[in-house]
Design a protein around this ligand. Structure first.
Ligand code: SF4
Length: 372
């Protein structure tokens, strides 16, 4: 039996038990199709292929089997960057500032609350809380930030602090990563975004973000968080200076860790936006290359429930096209987004436009209840 044969009542029961998680149909799918798992060499071959239409059709067939009800999801959330001060100075970042730059900031409480209030009024139930690697904020500042948000908005999920930030906190405060995660969870952290993964290959990281956590440390934070029962997403930012082999290595690392922990809820690839950065001379990765990677991700990551299309970097048209190239989720209507915008890429949309675009592509739009 596979997900395509799963009757409605089975699915309803599964969703009830798992809080509407798509994991159950996926597990059935894996049990049936594990023997056909794509090898890294096969994935590389597909990534090199010019036959985009068959690649898209194969990825779409997987998505149809996983989500046969034709529903494609989205969310409403806000990306709150609590500070733009960062010691890492990654070459691809247009957002970071030094502490003494005139436009450096750390959000004050009243600004923060106003942003969350507005998010809730617009129907948002999640905030993505990330920031630069600030050299002088104490750990208690972050704990206090979480506590005060939860006190004012107990129902809002805080999807916060990428593994990169957790590694930085561990080093700066001289504590194990697990202790940092436990303290933040105790203060209100809900789930862990997969930011800072970029390409999980150290020779690529050394070239573009040498001060950032190594691939192994990034993965290990996710491993610890998953073993604590936490959930979170995995990401990939491609089109930097990596090879196609590096992209496949990245996918292998995500799939291997997912085999071990099962803690990734979603995989979200997007392309480098080089505007206003040290990599500005580099050509932007095109939409076909984006769609090819998206489709290979769906085929290769047979153990990750959701693959998300990045309309924030691709625009709504290509974002929606991604729903026919393996993605089952269109991400979020971002009430606020700063990092991609700093690189000169600004796409905005409304919930109505989102739903109309998903409908026009032949799917039923639904705001997701589960957090990714
Ligand atoms: S990408 Fe993140 S870690 Fe790198 S410089 Fe920008 S804010 Fe800092």
């Amino acid at each position: 039996m596979h997900a395509g044969n799963c009757c409605k009542s089975d699915r309803a029961l599964a969703c009830q038990r798992w809080g509407a998680s798509p994991i159950v149909p996926l597990q059935r799918y894996i049990m049936t199709f594990a023997m056909f798992r794509l090898t890294p060499a096969e994935a590389l071959e597909r990534l090199r292929s010019d036959d985009l239409s068959s690649l898209g059709a194969d990825a779409d067939a997987v998505t149809q089997r996983l989500y046969p009800d034709n529903v494609r999801t989205y969310n409403v959330e806000r990306n709150i960057n609590y500070t733009n001060v960062c010691v890492s100075r990654c070459k691809f970042c247009a957002f970071c500032r030094n502490e003494d730059d005139p436009d450096a900031y750390v959000l004050d409480e009243s600004t923060l609350y106003a942003k969350i209030d507005e998010t809730v009024q617009l129907g948002g139930r999640q905030i993505l809380l990330q920031g630069g690697l600030h050299p002088s904020l104490p750990l208690e500042w972050y704990e206090n930030l979480l506590r005060t948000i939860k006190r004012h908005h107990p129902l809002v999920n805080i999807h916060g602090f990428s593994p990169t930030e957790i590694v930085y906190f561990a080093d700066r405060f001289g504590l194990p990563e697990q202790t940092i995660l436990e303290r933040l969870r105790h203060a209100g952290l809900g789930s862990l975004p997969g930011g800072g993964a970029e390409i999980l290959v150290d020779h690529v990281r050394q070239r573009v973000s040498p001060k950032k956590a190594s691939a192994e440390r990034w993965l290990n934070v996710c491993r610890i968080w998953h073993r604590m029962g936490g959930r979170g997403s995995a990401t990939m930012m491609f089109g930097q200076l990596e090879t196609l082999e590096d992209r496949i290595t990245h996918l292998c690392r995500i799939r291997d860790l997912q085999d071990e922990t099962g803690g990734f809820t979603a995989f979200i690839p997007w392309t480098l936006q080089p505007g206003n950065t040290e990599l500005a001379e580099q050509p932007k990765t095109g939409s076909w290359e984006y769609l090819r990677l998206l489709a290979v991700s769906r085929l290769f990551l047979d153990n990750v429930p959701t693959v998300q299309s990045s309309w924030v970097t691709q625009g709504l048209q290509i974002g929606v096209l991604g729903l026919s190239f393996g993605a089952n989720d269109l991400g979020s209507i971002m009430i606020e987004e700063n990092v991609v915008a700093a690189a000169g890429t600004v796409f905005r949309s409304t919930e109505t436009a989102f739903c109309e675009a998903i409908c026009a592509a032949g799917y039923e739009p639904r705001r997701r209840r589960v957090m990714l």
